[in-house]
Design a protein around this ligand. Sequence first.
Ligand code: HDD
Length: 685
Amino acid sequence: MLKKDEQLEQYRSDNDGKKLTTNQGVRITDDEHSLKAGQRGPTLMEDFHFREKMTHFDHERIPERIVHARGYAAHGVFEVYESMKEYTKAGFLQDPGAKTPVFVRFSTVAGSRGSGDTVRDARGFATKFYTEEGNYDLVGNNIPVFFIQDAIKFPDLVHSFKPEPHNEMPQASTAHDTFWDFVANNTESAHMIMWAMSDRAIPRSFRMMEGFGVHTFRFVNDQGKARFVKFHWKPVLGVHSLVWDEAQKIAGKDPDFHRRDLFEAIEMGDYPEYELGVQMIDEEDEFSFDFDILDPTKVWPEEQVPVKIIGKMTLNKNVDNVFAETEQVAFHPGHVVPGIDFSNDPLLQGRLFSYTDTQLSRLGGPNFHEIPINRPVCPFHNNQRDGMHRMTIDRGPVSYHKNSLQKGYPQTSSVEEGGYEHYQEKVDGKKVRQRSESFADHYSQARLFWNSMTPVEKQHIVKAFCFEVGKVKSKDVQQQVVNMFSNVDVSLAEEIALSVGAKVPENAAAVDVSATSPALSQEKTAKSPKTRKVAVLVDKGFDYAEVTAVLQELKSAGVMPEVVGRHLGNVLSADGQPLEAQKTFLTTDSVLYDGVYVAGSEGFLESVKKMPEVADFITDTFKHFKTLGASGIAAELVVSLCEGKGIVSEEAGVLLNEAGGDSASFGKKLVEAVTVDRHWVRVQQ
Ligand code: HDD
């Protein structure tokens, strides 16, 4: 058991086999009737059980996070691959054998706590490392840059993307006037907007997205030597996304799509894994780049500053209680340990104030560090006292430093004893409300991103712009957005302009979009069939030998097939053999799978005639570029439904198996096609 788990164990409680009591421990005889004066009479004030139960219920809700309200979390473990002693003295990065407990919360940014998972948005990726030297929080996103360069603009940014205050619409969406008005008037957002309009903003799964610390931090080693560092999480399963139409449909069919995916993967033992990578720049090279390394709207292109993979995180345990753990966890980029320090990035500096401050109202006082999920696993002692919900019983009369009555305890530590020493950066400047000229280039990296995309990725970005800006009502704002993005690429601006009825400015200069950073594209990401979900559509009269052979192939490759039928329970094959359907054509939908395999039978054709949902299963799978397999008479059906909608061929991920064909090799081909993921060749130009 990891140390954090042991600690949490003390607080876990089970009702199984227990008597119902009040919070004071008094046993209760009846929990269904309030105490009344006569069976039909009024309820009595002295009913302490009623009062206590109702009062507690009345106060069950706490304020949701101002951003990142909707999130889902899991426990896990982090292990470093090799000692990082040369670069940092951080204890948890020294010993490859050491296991550091972690707690990770993934989130969307804009939506309320009850909003859908698959909205277009950045995703939060916040990790708490419970190290022996204190908690270290890496509070990042799945996008490596941010909208703004100075934290003082954060309230403005958030006000612009939250639902508009006069009518509280739209929920969990940036497709509205105030957001795009903010963008067009704050052009430093250009680079982040390119990412937000890309497939990165609609991940297939929390398990299949990257994480980034975004800011430049510092590593400091035991010699006091510092280096600038950026943090990356790289998912072992690769980076994969949904397509926009699918994402929107999932938001209705299963708003919990991402949390369900994470929860189920962990329950099944398919533990999500992410490798930790660092990019490092020597202090001497601070000014060697054509961007300012302190600017949070810039990446350090991986081709210029390689990512060194240094360890792995495995998420292996779901929470026991979402409120107690996921909701009450409090992250803070200012929670650092010796060996990790800050840079002067003005966005980071502002964050260092905001996070503790927000917990004061969200978690109701200054003692939120005592909530079990937030407690460090190492001892913590100081002279802070009292406040709402204080749990620790501090003994003795002394609560001040320095003292003699308690022999100076709790004592400070020297650096050698592990005391945190801030990096002694020399700072000299006039007090000014200004931004460095070196932050003024808002477009080069937006262009770099755009130019590093494949044609399909570009097409998705264009469509996302057309959707989002198309929902804006103000013609003026639409025009401003077109003007702004003509600085990234005129052809991009032309497409947006055409779609929203605006004009590309006549003086728009053809900008140089020749530089690329191939690492920015998802195209070459790791691809694996593992944990991919395939719907197996069956109806009465299917070929039992074929379906079981295909199921076998899928399962042995780590694919997760789910049998879907007209009704739950056993579906009978042509030779009378039963196969259990776990879902029905009504309770699930093609958008919830990575591929669909249709086992042909007369019964299936009947279902297609009777239920339009069944044909949608096929056409949507095709439309979303996912693997589509069909056998026997379903093969003809697939061809007739999909021809005219794009390319129907094996190369395009449409696999047809004649009745009586070799089912095992058909199953293998299905696995290969699911591994490829999306079959973009179907895209009709
Ligand atoms: Fe933030 C939450 C990530 C800029 C202020 N932020 C929050 C969470 C994540 C991030 C992942 C959710 C943590 C959780 O799951 O509980 N935030 C970022 C990143 C940023 C960023 C990657 C830019 C690089 N944030 C940022 C700025 C400010 C804040 C500039 C304010 C100055 N963020 C907050 C907050 C939140 C928060 C209001 C809301 C809930 C919370 O802190 O605990 O304080």
